[in-house]
Design a protein around this ligand. Structure first.
Ligand code: SAM
Length: 276
């Protein structure tokens, strides 16, 4: 009797969505490099206490405490599942001494209580979920209060004329331990209030798809709006860090410098510092 062929389980059913997210979206190492270098430039001392709002898997917190024995990190997220994933995969990978210096707090960023920190991070545009201006002012006020007197808030933002469009972008993720296509889908955009809905999907080599693995329901804030709102929340100074250009590769070079003049590019990502 011919052997029955074993049915292969589609990759999309076994893949870990948080791992795919980290492999395609987040570069914790570059983020911490930027935060530590910029903090030192601005404050002439090292950043030692960091709070990561919307921390998700807490990779940034874990990488930060692994860098120096005096580093402490507080990660805030209201999703139990993502924090448990972070505990299992990221905190457990630290030494027991390093793990003692990370605290994961399951709470809303508006109510979470942490000791005052040198640097507070709100990355990957997560603060855009506050769609009303007054709610974003309120959040920035709370973030500012969580900083030491010379503390700095670090944010990022994206923009450019393509960010106002409904479109899909694909990128091959071809690391040693990953092989899939990351798809960023700007599914809807309302020019009246800049509200947008975006999805992230992962397409695997066997043809299977993890559709809408993550969905974001945001208001896309422009840079002048963000700076005005930071000012209204009491921050003394905000600075935009614009990415340099690699002429040979014809792409961003990963080096972000303070700027008052940007380029009218189709798409860009910046870092922002807000000094208390
Ligand atoms: C886009 S992910 C950001 C993950 C990570 N910080 C990064 O840079 O890639 C947004 C995270 O914010 C969390 N979140 C959404 N609203 C929140 C709130 N009000 N307070 C705390 N966490 C929140 C979600 O659970 C999710 O894990």
């Amino acid at each position: 009797m011919p052997k029955k062929k074993k049915k292969k389980i589609p990759q999309a059913e076994t893949a870990d969505r948080h791992l795919c997210y980290e492999q395609s979206v987040q570069c914790a190492e570059a983020e911490i490099d930027f935060v530590t270098t910029t903090f030192k430039q601005l404050r002439k001392r090292d950043v030692r206490e960091l709070r990561e709002d919307f921390c998700g898997t807490a990779t940034v917190c874990c990488d930060f405490v692994a860098r120096h024995e005096d580093n402490h990190a507080y990660g805030v997220d209201l999703d139990t599942d993502v924090l448990n994933w972070g505990r299992e995969h990221r905190v457990n990978a630290l030494t027991s001494e390093q793990a003692l210096r990370v605290s994961l707090i399951e709470d809303n960023v508006l109510t979470a209580k942490t000791p005052k920190v040198d640097a507070l991070l709100a990355m990957n545009f997560s603060y855009w979920l506050f769609k009303e201006r007054e709610d974003l002012v309120n959040y920035f006020k709370i973030a500012r209060e969580s900083l030491k007197d010379d503390g700095i808030m670090f944010l990022d933002a994206f923009g450019g004329y393509e960010s106002f469009q409904e479109l899909e972008e694909e990128r091959e993720i071809d690391d040693d331990d990953a092989g899939f296509t990351y798809v960023w889908d700007q599914a809807s955009f309302n020019p009246i209030n800049n509200n947008m809905i975006c999805h992230i999907s992962f397409h695997f080599n066997d043809g299977s798809v993890m559709k809408n693995a993550f969905t974001y329901d945001w208001r896309m804030y422009t840079l002048p709006e963000i700076r005005d709102i930071l000012k209204d929340a009491g921050f003394k100074k905000s600075t935009i860090y614009w990415e340099g250009w690699d002429e040979d590769e014809e792409e961003g070079n990963g080096i972000y410098e303070p700027a008052e003049q940007g380029e009218a590019d189709p798409g860009w990502v910046v870092y922002i510092t807000a000094e208390k």
